[in-house]
Write a protein that binds this ligand. Structure first.
Ligand SMILES: NC(=O)c1ccc[n+]([C@@H]2O[C@H](COP(=O)([O-])OP(=O)(O)OC[C@H]3O[C@@H](n4cnc5c(N)ncnc54)[C@H](O)[C@@H]3O)[C@@H](O)[C@H]2O)c1
Length: 334
């Protein structure tokens, strides 16, 4: 059993990780989360009364909030999931990305250094940029192309500098595109599922042939736990999913799974849109991890989850998200 401080634990992947560690590993977990538009206590609703779970609202760039959470939790490790995560928003408003990824990561690293805590940085395949053929390894050059991925890359480099300079016990785990329950509807899969369930058009960027390497959020969360326990200080571990599909293939699967009459509508592509991501996971596989959920099965379960959990997405779909959607796609939701 470990005592963990999970920063950003009220988000999509963070809450999946918290659920796994409490229910499958018997860890004590404290979540520190700013609760931005993407972070929701509803994501942790089923865990709120668990004896080993605590929630604290606070920002990772706030040193007092971070030291308060470390002291109250007596944690042995800090995991940093906290991030601004939507590439489209990073293009429209990059400032929060710089603050959370650069300053926030710095504050957490300083706190981990002061207390000699283990540190895990959650990162993304987007730091490598786009690849037409083949697959990225941990040795591939870093070539981020959006304010989101550039600031995530900066955070990774800062983590590695703390290992090299101060001997911090830190590791980095980079995931490919995640999907599953509790993902904010601004992201491709929940957006398309909810639009399909409501009979809204399905807005696909450009030709829709952008290819992604899909990983179920429970598989990525297990990889993160595995790297925390078995990863070597200073090392990076890629965790990619078992399947690659184009956005258009994903959307067509969703139309089939929902039985929807919604039509695909090609819209102007995202500026600088990366064409393909692909991750080699040999290094983390050598530590004993492998993905369990194939995309076809995971997507079908994910569609069912959104269909059955309107309590979760209704408040989002009727709130600020409507205005965001109109700004982004130039039309309103049904
Ligand atoms: N979603 C993906 O496909 C994917 C893939 C690979 C890596 N990642 C990485 O995984 C991590 C989690 O992603 P997600 O999809 O769960 O994101 P998310 O947007 O669902 O959740 C992010 C969480 O961080 C919190 N947060 C944001 N800024 C904060 C701050 N300054 N202080 C404290 N909390 C803050 C939010 O309130 C939210 O709860 C991120 O680091 C992301 O870069 C995501």
């Amino acid at each position: 059993m470990s005592k963990l401080l999970v920063c950003g634990g009220a988000g999509f992947i963070g809450s999946t990780f918290v659920r796994q560690r409490l229910l499958e590993h018997g860890d004590e977990v404290t979540v520190l989360d700013k609760l931005t538009y993407a972070g929701r206590e509803e994501n942790l609703k089923d865990l709120a009364d668990h004896a080993s779970f605590r929630f604290r609202r606070g920002a990772i760039e706030d040193p007092a909030a971070v030291s308060g959470a470390i002291e109250a939790s007596s944690c042995e490790a800090i995991l940093n999931f906290a991030a601004e995560t939507h590439v489209d928003r990073s293009i429209a408003e990059p400032d929060a990305f710089v603050k959370t990824h650069a300053l926030g990561t710095y504050v957490l690293l300083e706190a981990a250094r002061a207390q000699s805590l283990r540190y895990l940085q959650v990162s993304t395949d987007e730091v490598y940029g786009s690849i037409d053929v083949g697959t990225f390894t941990e040795e591939s050059p870093l070539k981020p192309s959006s304010p989101y991925s550039a600031t995530k890359t900066g955070a990774d480099l800062l983590v590695q500098s703390y290992v090299h300079t101060y001997g911090l016990s830190a590791v980095i785990c980079r995931g490919s595109n995640n999907y599953g329950p509790y993902q904010h509807p601004e992201k491709l899969i929940p957006l398309m599922v909810l639009n399909a369930l409501h009979g809204d058009p399905l807005p696909v960027y450009g030709d829709g042939l952008q290819t992604r390497n899909w990983i179920h959020c429970t598989d990525f969360a297990r990889a993160i736990g595995h790297v925390l326990e078995h990863g070597q200080d200073g090392e990076v571990y890629n965790a990619g999913g078992p399947d690659e599909e184009t956005n258009l293939e994903v959307v067509n699967r969703i139309i089939e799974l929902t039985g929807s009459d919604s039509r695909v509508e090609h819209v102007i592509d995202r500026p600088g849109h990366d064409r393909r991501y692909s991750l080699s996971s040999e290094k983390v596989r050598a530590l004993g991890w492998s993905p369990r959920v194939r995309f076809g099965e995971g997507l079908s379960e994910t569609v069912d989850w959104y269909r059955d959990n309107a309590w979760w997405w209704e408040p989002i779909r009727s709130g600020e998200y409507r205005a965001y959607y109109e700004r982004q796609y130039g039309r309103s939701l049904a």
